[in-house]
Every structure is written in structure tokens, then in C-alpha cells.
Design a protein around this ligand. Sequence first.
Ligand code: PLP
Length: 441
Amino acid sequence: MTRDAAPSNDLDHLWMPFTANRAFKADPLLLASASEMHFATPQGRRILDGTAGLWCVNAGHARAPIARAIAAQLETLDYAPGFQIGHPQAFAAARAVAQVMPARLDRIFFTNSGSEAVDTALKIALAYHRARGQGQRTRFIGRERGYHGVGFGGISVGGIPANRAAFTGALLPAIDHLPHTHVPDEQRFSVGQPGWGAHLADALEALVTLHGDTIAAVIVEPVAGSAGVLVPPEGYLERLREITARHGILLIFDEVITGFGRLGAATASAHFGITPDLITLAKGISNGTVPAGAVAVRRDIHDTVVDDAPPGIELFHGYTYSGHPIAAAAIQATLAIYRDEDLFARAADLAPLFAQAVHGLRQAAHVVDVRNLGLMAGIELAPRPGAPGARGREVMRACFEAGVLVRVTGDIIALSPPLIIGEDQIHTLTRVLRTALDGVA
Ligand code: PLP
């Protein structure tokens, strides 16, 4: 078995994010370059990208128009302050993002990441309620197994225990969680949305009874990504929308993964035909090239905060790099590729074949569930007794050795290829995965 060794022996200085640092540095996996559907290792071995990097490279790697836009912007205006003064690219990028958001969600606040987008959305929700005389609404409702990045707001509403464990003493004080929607006994091997589970949204009614009119917002991923691709049951999101609207609670869809084509539409909101009040975005917004994120806000929420405020700054919030010229250029070039190549429709067209390919793994070794929607899929393995996560890690490594990148969380394999993937490459993904599954104990 060949290992792609690090070109330098000194890996010590980098404290890697969300990584088992000691294990990694004992046996590193490195990527050195990328083009379209492939990465290459430092030794030049090609790796088919089954994950769009970290769910972000939706248009494929090293796209020339994005690189050109970034280079041109860097030479024209490398940086300009975004507080109290503007530059044209930020306004143009906001317009471009607004054009692909659901109608009325056309006020755009830029951030540099999904985590910042989430914390920004939570703050906008508080500011909105305060501005309309509902300042008692300070509570947020997240969901078990939800992932909303790593800011204190995001981990507070998030529902992945490991991400909170070390920080529990300092989480936001007024938080509650809905139950997650994944109930394998009722949903195992569902193709697309499970038919069972809409009633799980009714737990929100119980929380409203408990907390009265103190709830500011509910935040959910329309399809939970990081927790292992948990697809919402039919009718579930509709019910959340109905309950939140009835009780004056804002609904935030965290579309950091589902935004920009993953489900075959610009947003999950468009895919499901359900319009939340705010949408958080990142990742595919710049095709992964430049750190960027955004919150799309319903126009009247923006107007309530901005128009009704006394003269001066209306929202005391923002980042040095909000609407950074380079990010703004990358966003516009990225959205132009999505539009010109009709990539969201391409994802929708490929989705049935992708579904068939991933569900073909149903009989593969160790597989206990397969779930999918659009171009995302989760393949859940039985954990090895006494060693949860070990099987998943070994499968990921075996795929990498065989030239395919898959993502693993615990014993769940996630697939989310760039939207430019070819049909034969979809079959390569699942064929390599099947062989890897057969090869692990
Ligand atoms: N929200 C969701 C749904 C995500 O999947 C992620 C990242 O995976 C985030 C927020 C955080 O984004 P970032 O890592 O850019 O801060």
C-alpha cells in the first residue's frame, strides 16, 4: 500500500482543525493541487473528488473565470474598508446573490464563513424583534444533530454533543433543541425524503407552550449535512414553517451546504418550496476559492431594523472582511458559472442516477442505511464492536488509496461531489466505495 508522505518532516506547527492531530501527523494525507473533478497528491496521484472539498467546490476545481476575476480584482482594489465606506464589488455581489435567493429574501449581509453567517443571522433575529417591540424574544431553538459552525452562537444552537462538550459552561443561556428527524427503524434506505416523521416538527409546539413568546428564531439545516446527511421527512419543513409563522418566530434555514445547487436548485428553500425568513450561506457561494459567507434576509426584516432605527449605525455588527473585494469578485464569477453552465439544473438531472448508484450500495458489506437527496448521500455503516468510527476511517483511507475522496463522520460516509461530475465518475465513486467496504473488517 502506498502512502503519500509529507514533503517536509515538519508538520508540528500547524494545529489542524477538526482533525485527530496526532494520528494525522503519524500518517498524513496531503493534497497538493486540483483541477475540475480531481485533486492530486504531492506525488501526482489523481484523486476523484467525491465531496466537493468540504461541500463547497460545486463548480469543480480551478475554474479559470473565478481565478481571473480574483487576480483582476487583486490588481485593481486589493482591500477597501467596508465600514462607513463602500466599494462597487460588494454591492454587485449582494445583487448577484439576491438574484438567486427566494423572492423577498433580497437583503444580503456578507461574512467570511458559515459560522459567521450563523452568528450574524442569530443577531439579526434579536435585533429585529427588539426593533419591533418584542425584545423579550431572546431564545433560540436549534435541533439535535444540527451543525451550525463553531461560533458560540452556532455551537449553542448546534446539536452535535462533541462540538459542545468542552465549552458547555459558556454557551448561550436561552437555547432549546428540537428532536432530530432521523429514526432508522422508520426510515431506513429511504430514497429521497422519508415518508415518516412530519409529526416530529410538532415538538416545536411543545417548546412554544414551555417558553411562551420568548422564542426569537428556530434554526435548522433543511438537510442536515455534517451529522451524516439526514433528509427531512416529507411535510416536516412545511410544518416547521407553519408553526413558526403562527407564533411570530423567525425561521432560519442554514443553507451553508444546501445553498448553490446541492439539491438541484439554487437553495433548499426553492427545492422544497418553503421560504424561511433568513438563509445562511457560505461554501458554494465562492466555489470554495475565497472564504466567504452571507445571510440573505427578508426585506421587511431588514427594513424594520434599518428604517426604524434612530440616525446612526443601525446594526452594531460586521467584519473587517465583510464584502471583501476579492470575495465579492469570486462570488460574482462563481454565480456566473452556475448560471451560464446551468449547474443547478444539471445537479437535478443527475440526481436520479446518483440516487440509483448510492442505493446500489445497500447490499454492500457493513452498510446499515443509505439516504440521499439531490447530489448528497449518506452511507451509514455498522460500527465495529468496541471501536466506533474505526471502520469509517479505514474505508475513507482505502478509498483515498484507490483514488477517491469520500468524507466520513464516525461511521457515516458522506458523498457530495461537484455538480460537474460525469455519470461515469458517479459509478467510479460507488464502485471504489464498494470495494473499500468489502476490504475492511
Ligand atoms: N452551517 C452548516 C450547515 C455547515 O455545514 C457549516 C460547515 O460545514 C457551517 C455552518 C460552518 O461553516 P464554516 O466552516 O464556513 O464556518
